[in-house]
Structures are given as structure tokens and as C-alpha cells.
Design a protein around this ligand. Structure first.
Ligand code: ADP
Ligand code: MG
Length: 779
């Protein structure tokens, strides 16, 4: 063969020698013993054969049976053992970055190698892999990105798509793309892995691909529903109005302080219904909505606390995993727990958190065992449901809800609400308690509520806006987006697709013929939402890169401004201090970030965060994202090495405002002043309100005719999160087609222009840069 072939052969020999040496070492043997104890090991040969004989197979098995860490490893090992190690190239996708990182670290450890050698990982803006990497764990988003530039996945021998049962948008998307790719790559092997038993759905999608089920082994887990939980904890819940009526039949007695007054009646009825009705038929999917409000968080928290106390006092050793709806809940509950005499005692309880955006060092702690006599309690989002396995968990507390985004295509509005999980999720959560020993699961809802849960959750593709997705589809050189998406396992509504296409046209990413513009091409390589990508590009072109970089990084991480329930007002006034008279949450973010950098230089970052209710962790994350975006834009040739040049106009407030507008448009609301109040109206005549933690909600009036915002979310009303006041001129310049359309009459057009060009610096730069901009926006 060629020289290359010889090199690879030599490397394969070396890989084999190293693998054998490890397997024969004492540590290697111990590790192998452990791996042999996993359920998947018994099926190893069967799996390898099936993969050799079929282009596509579907593997299902209980969480923890060894799919993710073992299956790709079996292939790797057998290729290495047969002297072909350097020729194989395995990719295994994960829905979340944290699992890609955790799993690759685990597999490296199982192979006695440092991470980044044979086994590596790659997630958005971060990764560890080298020229010797032959097994790569990455997020599904990363593989999709690779497919954009490498449509045939040249050199890849095996693709594993993991956790497909979750029906994440990227996984559903990957499945379509790979289906189309397979005929062109007959030697490529595709393995779909799923935890629960809807495997035949995927098998059918691939024309009846063989399915292999790994019989799992988990210890039995006893399920306690709310009725039991109340009994165990001695916690009592009942009607306020009619204690007598209920006192006799059932003793759900009152604990007044637990119930918020204004909602008590509503809660009362629903709780009564739920607890006393033996027949739950009336709660069909239509009433599920009203059910979701019957247990407010404050009852939930106190009840969780009571369950945790019960476990700590009465139960055998073992870690506790608590499922909550989101980061906010995790934070509030953790504050509450820390103040508790028993649970807050660090000599008795090790309290940890597990959520999507935590730092790597923190992640590692979750997997470690607690010292003897210390109870490990992990507060988690539904991330810990399937993709992460914490072995020593014996107790699970399940609040029954998850924050789920849904998408209202009719109003083109994403909704983010904690809603009831599916039965599949509830079972999955329960299963987490039986990894090593028989476990206990405390579901904080009655059995009858569980019975009313949907069987499975709706696929993400059907409940999110499709803007980014459609942009990516176009970059695959697909002609018709709609036609492409109609090949999905479950196709999204055509209205949702039309909305996305309309949006991409409006921001100039697609032209009238639905083809990518230059801007669109650029946006498709930036790993952020197209809106934010556009803002970054504009910030670079207009030489006010620094503040925009901070804003975009902040919007893609999360809000660094903390809002502790009991100190809301203090926290808000702290935020206001950063906002001078800017009427802008985005500007407040920029100032807070800059203040933090200054404080850091002076060694008082901790104090600064504490005083201003800022999350140091989030600011740190923003800091590293900034660096990464900066790097990408530099690579794309939009940012110069000289930072002074990039930031020539960073201090020009009206320019920064205009750039924010250019990115967030058409997220815009007009400010309607009334005598004593203000209201806000969107382009489509919808009414929106401000989030309580927006600086703009603190002013009686706003001296700008418009507010631009990143996101509107339907919670109870339609709320807009972060917003910035902008003058007419911003809209004229960056308001896309709309500025020449309906709204023109509304604008004091001339004034706007004059304002704008009065600033000689700005006018000068605008004229100079207009050419650059035009080129970029060329259709
Ligand atoms: P599956 O993908 O089928 O859910 P995994 O391959 O993730 O299962 O995990 C298999 C087993 O490997 C787990 O049950 C656990 O015992 C062990 N394991 C996985 N990750 C780790 C880790 N980070 N540390 C220690 N053990 C782990
Ligand atoms: Mg797994």
C-alpha cells in the first residue's frame, strides 16, 4: 500500500501493544472486571456481529446498562485488537455538552489513558482531542456542523447517535441527514441508541433496521406517591375552608404557613380532587394545564425539605438525587436548604448541583462518593434523568415537572413553562435510584396525576422555533426547507417552517428565492442563534465590538444578575446602579461585566459580585465565551488584531444601541405612554409586558419610542426579557423592510437622521462602512 497506509499500520500495531499492556496491568484488570459486570457485556459479540452485518442498527437498554460508555468502546477495542485501530474513526453524539465531556473522560479512564488521546471530546467552543483520537464524543450539534462542510463524513467509520428517545431537535435533524447520507457511504455504520422502548419507531424509519435490546439490570425501586410521602413525612395538606368535611374521611390537615394565601382556594380544590378522587378519568390532557398550577413551588420546596430530612434522619446510607425544574429552582432550594439546621450542616450533608451550564470541576464532584457519614444530596434538572449516571444514588425525589419550551406557531412565540413530565420520564427518574442497591423514589404528586401524564414527551422539533435549524438545513445545500423537513420522523407544522423562513428572509440571511446570502453563510458558521450572530457581525463592522461581544456572550449564557426571592428589591436596585439612565438591560450587563473585570484586577471580584448580586460563575462563563467568539470572528476576517481599531466607536452610545437593534430586530415594541402607565405593543399588534427584573420596568416613563428585545416568552402574559430603549434612527437604519413599510408614518424620520449624522465621528464611519455593510447584506 501507500506510504500513508504503512504509517497507519505501524500506528495500529502501537495501539494494540498499548491496549494489551493496559489490559494486563493490575488497574486495567480491575477496570475490566467492572466493565464485565455491566449488562451490555453479555451482548458484546452479538452487538459487534450485528454492526458488522448491517449498515444501521438500533440498540435499546436501560440507562446505566453500558450503552454510551461501552458500545463505542467495544468497536474501538476490537478494531485495535485486529490491528486496524488507526483506520477506524468513531463518532458518538450526545444531546448535551456535559454528557459528552463526562462520558469521554470516563471512557479514557477505563482505557487507562489521558483524555484527548485515543478518546476525545468536542462540544461547542470547547474540546480535547488530538491526532491519535479515534473515538470522539461530541454534541449532536457538532456533528451537524461537521456535516455542513463534510457532507460525506469522509474518513468516519462509525456514527453512534445516542439518547434518540429524547427526541431532541438536533437528533431528529441528524437522523434525516444521515438517512440521506447512508446510500452514498455504504461502508459507514450507524448505530442508534435509545434508553426506553420506542426503538421500533426508529427501526421503521430506517426501513426495518435490526433492533437489539440489552436486558438491563437495575435493582427494584419502591415508588412512593404523594399520598405516601405525606404519611412518611408527617406533612399534612388540606382544605382551608372545609377542614371539618375532610377531617373525618382523610386527615389531610392544615399547615397554614405553607400555603400562600391568595392561591389557597384554587390549590385546595385541586389538591382535594387529586387526592380524594379515586377515579381520575376527568383529568385528561385538556385539564393538565390547570393541574400544573395546583402545587406551587413553596409547598414543593417545603415538602422536598421534609423528605430530605426524613431520609437524613431515618434512612440507610445512599446519595439523594432531587429533580427540579430549572436552574432558578435549584438555586432557591439550595439557599433554603443551606439555612436548615440539619440539611445545612456541612458535617452531615454534602450539597451539590447538577445543571447544564456548570463548570467542569463542579461536574466531577457529582460523581464522587461522599465521605462516610455524610449524606450526598444532588439538586438536578432533568439532565440527570438519562444522560448522566450518578452511581451511588439510592433515593430520588421527583417534583414531577420539567421546564419545557413549547412553541406557539400561530403567535410565533416560544413558551417556557414548567410542565408535567411524561410517564416515560417519571419512570426514568425513578430508575436512577436503583443503580447499586434497591432504592426509593418519592414522587411529589399523587398516583392519579401520574396516570394522567402523557406517555411520551412531544419531540423538540415540534415545540421550538426553527430559525437556526432552517439556516443549517440551507447550508446543507438543500433546495426546499419544507420538503426536507417533511422527511422527519414527525414533521413540524408548515406554519412553523414558514415563520422561520420568513424570519431568515427578514434578517437578510435568505434571499427571496430562499437561498443563503453572504450574511446567511456567515451566520451558519457562527455557533449562536442567527440573531445574535448578526449582532456580532454588525458590532465588528461598526467598530464597537467590545460591548456587543459582552452582550452576545451574556445572552447566550444566562443572566448574571441574581434575583434571590427574599432580596428581590435589593438585587434590583443593584442592577439599576449599572444602568445609569440607559434604559437598557443590555447596557447594564456590559457595565456589570466591566465592573467585574476592574474589580478582578484589584483583587476584589468576590466582594464586587456579592455586593451587586452577580453570579461570578456566569461572569466567568461570559468571559470565556467572549474570547471564543472573538477568535471565531478573527478567523472569519471580521475582527482585526488591533483591539483599539475594533473598538474605535465603543463609547458611542447611540451606535451601540443601533447595533443592538440590528441584531434583535424584529424583536421590537413601541412604547405607548398613558397618563400614569406605559404599555408596549409589538409589530404584530400584540401586547407585551416587561419582566420584573428588567431595568425598564423600574421607570415610570421611558424617553425612547421603542424597546428592542431578544426574546418574548409566554409565561402567563407575554413577557419580554432584556430590553433596550432605542430612538427612531436605529430603526431607520436597521429596521429591515419594516422601516420602509407600515411603520414609516410612525417614525419621526427626519429627526432621526439628523440626530444620527450630527455626530461627525459616527457619520464618517457610517459612510465608510456602509460599503462593507452593503456587500455583506447583498442579496
Ligand atoms: P448507558 O449509556 O446505558 O446509560 P453508561 O455507559 O453511561 O450507561 O454507563 C454504564 C455504567 O458505567 C454506569 O452504570 C456506571 O456504573 C458506570 N459509569 C458511567 N459513567 C461513570 C463515571 N463518570 N464514573 C464512574 N462510573 C461511571
Ligand atoms: Mg447513555
Amino acid at each position: 500500500g501507500s506510504v500513508m497506509e504503512k504509517v497507519l499500520q505501524r500506528r495500529s500495531m502501537r495501539m494494540r501493544n498499548m491496549q494489551r499492556a493496559w489490559q494486563e496491568s493490575p488497574e486495567g484488570r480491575t477496570m475490566l472486571e467492572f466493565r464485565k459486570s455491566l449488562p451490555s457485556f453479555k451482548d458484546k459479540e452479538r452487538l459487534l456481529q450485528a454492526i458488522a452485518r448491517n449498515q444501521v442498527i438500533v440498540v435499546s437498554g436501560e440507562t446505566g446498562c453500558g450503552k454510551t460508555t461501552q458500545l463505542p468502546q467495544y468497536i474501538l477495542e476490537s478494531e485495535i485488537e485486529s490491528g486496524r485501530g488507526a483506520f477506524c474513526n468513531i463518532i458518538c453524539t450526545q444531546p448535551r455538552r456535559i454528557s459528552a465531556m463526562a462520558v469521554s473522560e470516563r471512557v479514557s479512564a477505563e482505557r487507562g489513558e489521558p483524555l484527548g488521546e485515543t478518546v476525545g471530546f468536542k462540544v461547542r467552543l470547547e474540546g480535547m482531542r488530538g491526532k491519535n483520537t479515534h473515538l470522539l464524543f461530541c454534541t449532536s450539534g457538532i456533528l451537524l456542523r461537521r456535516l455542513l462542510s463534510d457532507r460525506n463524513l469522509n474518513g468516519v467509520t462509525h456514527v453512534f447517535v445516542d439518547e434518540i428517545h429524547e427526541r431532541g431537535m438536533n437528533e431528529d435533524f441528524l437522523i434525516i441527514v444521515l438517512k440521506e447520507l447512508l446510500p452514498r457511504r455504504p461502508d459507514l455504520r450507524l448505530i442508534l441508541m435509545s434508553a426506553t422502548l420506542n426503538a421500533e419507531l426508529f427501526s421503521n424509519y430506517y426501513g426495518g433496521a435490526p433492533t437489539i435490546h440489552i436486558p438491563g439490570f437495575t435493582h427494584p425501586v419502591k415508588a412512593h406517591f404523594l399520598e405516601d410521602v405525606l404519611e412518611i413525612t408527617g406533612y399534612k395538606l388540606t382544605s382551608f375552608n372545609q377542614v371539618d368535611d375532610y377531617g373525618q374521611e382523610k386527615t389531610w390537615k392544615t399547615q397554614k404557613q405553607l400555603m400562600p394565601r391568595k392561591r389557597k382556594n384554587q390549590i385546595t380544590t385541586l389538591v382535594e380532587d387529586a387526592l380524594t378522587k379515586s377515579n381520575f378519568e376527568s383529568y385528561n390532557s385538556r385539564t393538565r394545564d390547570s393541574l400544573s398550577s395546583w402545587m406551587p413551588d413553596c409547598i414543593g420546596f417545603n415538602l422536598i425539605e421534609a423528605v430530605l430530612c426524613h431520609i437524613c434522619r431515618k434512612e440507610r446510607p445512599g446519595a439523594v438525587l432531587v429533580f427540579l425544574t430549572g436552574w432558578d429552582d435549584i438555586r432557591s432550594l439550595s439557599d433554603q436548604i443551606k439555612a436548615h439546621p440539619l440539611l445545612g450542616d456541612p458535617n452531615r450533608v454534602l450539597l451539590l448541583m447538577c445543571h447544564g451550564s456548570m463548570a467542569t470541576a463542579e461536574q466531577r464532584l457529582i460523581f464522587e462518593r461522599a465521605p462516610p457519614n455524610i449524606r450526598k444530596i444532588v439538586l438536578a434538572t432533568n439532565m440527570a434523568e438519562a444522560s448522566i449516571t450518578i452511581n451511588d444514588v439510592v433515593f430520588v425525589v421527583d417534583c414531577g415537572k420539567a421546564k419545557e419550551t413549547t412553541y406557539d406557531a400561530l403567535n410565533n412565540t416560544p413558551c417556557l413553562l414548567p410542565s408535567w413530565i411524561s410517564q416515560a420520564s417519571a419512570r426514568q427518574r425513578r430508575g436512577r435510584a436503583g443503580r447499586l442497591l434497591p432504592g426509593e423514589c418519592y414522587h411529589l404528586y399523587p398516583k392519579c396525576v401520574y396516570d394522567a401524564f402523557a406517555e411520551y414527551q412531544l419531540p423538540e422539533l415540534l415545540r421550538t422555533p426553527l430559525n437556526s435549524l432552517c439556516l443549517q438545513i440551507k447550508s446543507l445545500q438543500v433546495d426546499s426547507i419544507a420538503e426536507f423537513l417533511s422527511a422527519a420522523l414527525q414533521a413540524p407544522e408548515s406554519l412553523a417552517v414558514q415563520n422561520a423562513i420568513g424570519f431568515l428572509k427578514m434578517i437578510g440571511a435568505l434571499n427571496e428565492k430562499e437561498n443563503l446570502t453572504d450574511l446567511g453563510k456567515l451566520l451558519s458558521i457562527l455557533p449562536v442563534d442567527p440573531k445574535l450572530g448578526k449582532m456580532l457581525i454588525m458590532g465588528a463592522i461598526f467598530r464597537c465590538f467590545d460591548p456587543i461581544l459582552t452582550i452576545v456572550s451574556g445572552l447566550s449564557v444566562r443572566d448574571p444578575f441574581l434575583l434571590p426571592q427574599d432580596k428581590k428589591d435589593l438585587a434590583l436596585s443593584a442592577k439599576l446602579r449599572f444602568s445609569a439612565k440607559d434604559y437598557s438591560d443590555h447596557m447594564a450587563l456590559v457595565r456589570a461585566f466591566e465592573g467585574w473585570k476592574d474589580a478582578e484586577r484589584e483583587g476584589s471580584a468576590y466582594e464586587f459580585c456579592w455586593r451587586n448580586f452577580l453570579s461570578a460563575q456566569t461572569l466567568q462563563a461570559i468571559h470565556s465565551l467572549r474570547k471564543q467568539f472573538n477568535y471565531i470572528l478573527k478567523e472569519a476576517g471580521l475582527v482585526h488584531d488591533d483591539s483599539a481599531l475594533n473598538n474605535k466607536l465603543s463609547h458611542n452610545q447611540s451606535l451601540v444601541r443601533a447595533i443592538i437593534c440590528s441584531g434583535l430586530f424584529p424583536g421590537i415594541a413601541s412604547v405607548v405612554h398613558r397618563e400614569t402607565s406605559m404599555s408596549f405593543k409589538t409589530m404584530d399588534d400584540g401586547q407585551v409586558s416587561l419582566y420584573a427584573n428588567s431595568v425598564n420596568s423600574r421607570f415610570p416613563t421611558i424617553p425612547y419610542p421603542w424597546l428592542v428585545f431578544g426574546e418574548k416568552v409566554k409565561v402567563n402574559a407575554v413577557l419580554i426579557r432584556d430590553s433596550t430603549g432605542v430612538p427612531d434612527s436605529s430603526l431607520i437604519l436597521f429596521g429591515g423592510a419594516l422601516s420602509t413599510g407600515v411603520q414609516v408614518g410612525h417614525l419621526k424620520m427626519l429627526d432621526g437622521y439628523i440626530d444620527f449624522f450630527m455626530d461627525p465621528n459616527l457619520a464618517d464611519s457610517y459612510v465608510k462602512l456602509k460599503g462593507e455593510l452593503d456587500k455583506l447584506l447583498q442579496r
